[in-house]
Ligand binder design. Sequence first.
Ligand code: AMP
Length: 462
Amino acid sequence: MPKMFKKKEEEKVFKVRRGKFVSRLRGMKDILPDEYKYWNLVIKKASELSKAYGFRRVDTPVLESWELFERSSGRSSDVVTKEMFSFIDKNNDKIALRPEATPGIVRAYIEHGMFNLPQPVKLFWLGPVFRHDKPQAGRFRQFSQFNLENIGEPSPVADAELIAVTYYFFRELQIDVTIQINSIGCPLCRKDYLVKLENFYKERGRRVKLCHDCKKRLIKNPLRLLDCKEKLCVEMASEAPQIVDGLCDDCRNHFIKVLEYLDELDMPYNLHSTLVRGLDYYNRTVFEIWPTPAESQATKSADAAAPKKDELPRQAALGGGGRYDGLVEYMGGRPTPACGFAIGLERVILKIKEKNIPLQDEEKGDIFLAQLGDQARRKIMKLFEVLRKAGFNTRQAFTKDSLKSQLEIANKMGVKYTLILGQKEIMDGTILIRDMESGIQEIIDYKKIVAEIEKRLGNPAK
Ligand code: AMP
């Protein structure tokens, strides 16, 4: 192809490539390298705690059948009616991006016959979920959750264990939280309560004051009225009959036992009479984790008054969960008691940033390898692998040529020693070791590098 023509063709291609910039979608977030230290910290904490408490990691697909969520989360839940990212695929199947993890985990439990394993099956899950919500601070359309699910255990110990793990997660990340807890009973005792609740809302013209959504909820699912975030609805809900007053003996005993365990473990909780959670599958224990407002420290007491609704918006919850004893059977499995929780990792990270909690800088190393000249660079690239494999926290800047810029980088990375290799050292079979604090440099035998570093830094394998 003639040169001129080739150039024109290339220009054409570049013109197309340099077209209009396409930005990220609303409510979506990029996680840039500087932010990863927060993610690594919370993921590490979640993994360590899950392992210590016997939860084993599981992953499920991002895409699931729409019906899975419609059936589990509830046809009238906000998640299903307003927030689901769903579409019809090329096979005409209705598909959804998972808005929460529990339905997929329960599906996997049934589909892989996990009921044949010794019960309970304790699962740890971590991944992105998607909700077409109104984006604002701490509310995204793609966000990540850390879930623990205990499937197959009816005892209140399981509820308490989950709440304790959640609490330890926050405490160890130095975030002050309070546990908001309630019991919404079982379908049997809830039946009578729902009649009382409906009567309450029909009394003295309360119904007209309800928001548009709550008017519909009153017909379809009155319990949801307690979960509404609209100001007038919140006010009315605070006067509504309390569900805990109508619990049957079994549900009351279960709840008391959970609270007793929490007392024993010194967990700060508030009995929160209108906490119901927004999903259909919950029964008995429900809980949320709220950040403790700096000015009002947590009260550790079973009879502490529930915080006023406007004191801390429920949207600020860091996590939540509860018991879902009917879900496995409802989704086609055997009758199986279960409970679980989800924590929103973006909100946890926002809290860590807000509180300026000091984090270990993961980019920091112990040794930096600097080179001068191409031959030295090749040798240093090999040495880097040797030291890395030996377990030393080694850093480099292979693409840099000048020693000055390499030492600057080494300084930034806070290393204790820099090994410097130039033409002279190659000829002599040596290498320089520079103490970065004192600036003192010594010549060492190239073959004895590992032993020399071990002498100064200790053996990383020990
Ligand atoms: P949920 O499944 O709604 O109970 O949510 C559990 C946790 O996920 C919440 O307590 C939040 O920490 C987090 N979360 C829920 N919705 C969002 C959102 N739109 N953006 C960011 N985090 C969220």
